[in-house]
Design a protein around this ligand. Structure first.
Ligand SMILES: [Zn+2]
Length: 264
């Protein structure tokens, strides 16, 4: 409510007052808001809900720091979050932009992994950073939202858009609401593309980890993660291709083992 309310009011104001190219101004505002949020989220918003402390493990520090330094990642950017507060699931992720970029380990994951495995998982997350996956994702969001707003700019004057969806009293606010409500039904074909791109990024990060660290240790970490989280190892291939942001574990492990074989 606090973040979204003012943005929606600003968007409705632009739709009313910014002329026929309102969609371009709305897009600029939306992108600025998204970038600000991507930058502010890890350091300002996420700490409202969880506690983040720098990863401070003497036994790990030197090897982690050398991995991070080799790859130009600030070593004060590795954090531990108290994920155990709400769940036993373990995870690690890379987030944020500019001086707020972070690699975050769940405390639950750190309890399950040994030092070699932690280093391998860290190398995977550094791979997301080195391959600029967050910037690529934001660029994709920018393109898709520009296309969506151009489409809305055209639909907003089309009577059939309202009549075809059962709306009898068109207005700007109704147009925006109707568009947001029905868009997912008409863009469902984009989902497999987004999932495919995300899985490709996972393979890239795994391949980076296999070169910079130990592929065998990443496999061990993945096995522990899947066991502890009770994730399925054999998802339906069609469902997985459509929805899954990460490749199935056996596929990732086979890929890592192939990389390991070429390295050694
Ligand atoms: Zn990943």
């Amino acid at each position: 409510m606090v973040l979204g309310g003012p943005i929606i009011l600003l968007i409705l104001w632009l739709m009313t007052h910014a002329g026929t190219r309102w969609w371009l101004y709305v897009w600029a505002v939306w992108m600025a808001f998204s970038l600000l949020l991507a930058w502010a989220y890890p350091a300002i918003i996420a700490p409202w809900f969880n506690k983040f402390v720098p990863l401070d493990d003497a036994a790990l520090r030197s090897r982690i720091e050398s991995l991070l330094e080799r790859n130009g990642f600030a070593s004060r950017g590795v954090f531990v979050v108290d994920g155990s507060k709400r769940s036993g699931h373990g995870n690690a992720y890379f987030t944020g932009l500019g001086n707020n970029k972070r690699i975050v380990f769940f405390d639950t994951l750190l309890r399950q992994l040994d030092a070699d495995e932690i280093e391998a998982v860290l190398a995977h997350e550094v791979g997301h950073f080195k391959r600029k996956h967050i910037a690529k994702r934001l660029a994709l969001i920018a393109l898709v939202s520009l296309a969506g707003l151009m489409l809305l700019g055209w639909l907003i004057d089309a009577h059939w858009f309202y009549a075809g969806l059962g709306v009898t009293e068109p207005s700007l606010a109704v147009a925006l609401l109707l568009f947001l409500l029905v868009a997912p039904a008409f863009t469902v074909f984009i989902q497999p593309l987004v999932s495919w791109l995300s899985r490709r990024h996972e393979f890239e990060a795994d391949e980076f980890a296999a070169r910079q660290s130990d592929a065998g240790k990443l496999v061990e970490a993945l096995v522990k993660l899947y066991r502890e989280n009770a994730n399925t190892l054999t998802p339906d291939p069609l469902y997985s291709a459509f929805h899954d942001s990460h490749p199935p574990a056996p596929v990732r492990i086979a890929n890592l083992q192939a990389k390991q074989a070429t390295v050694t």
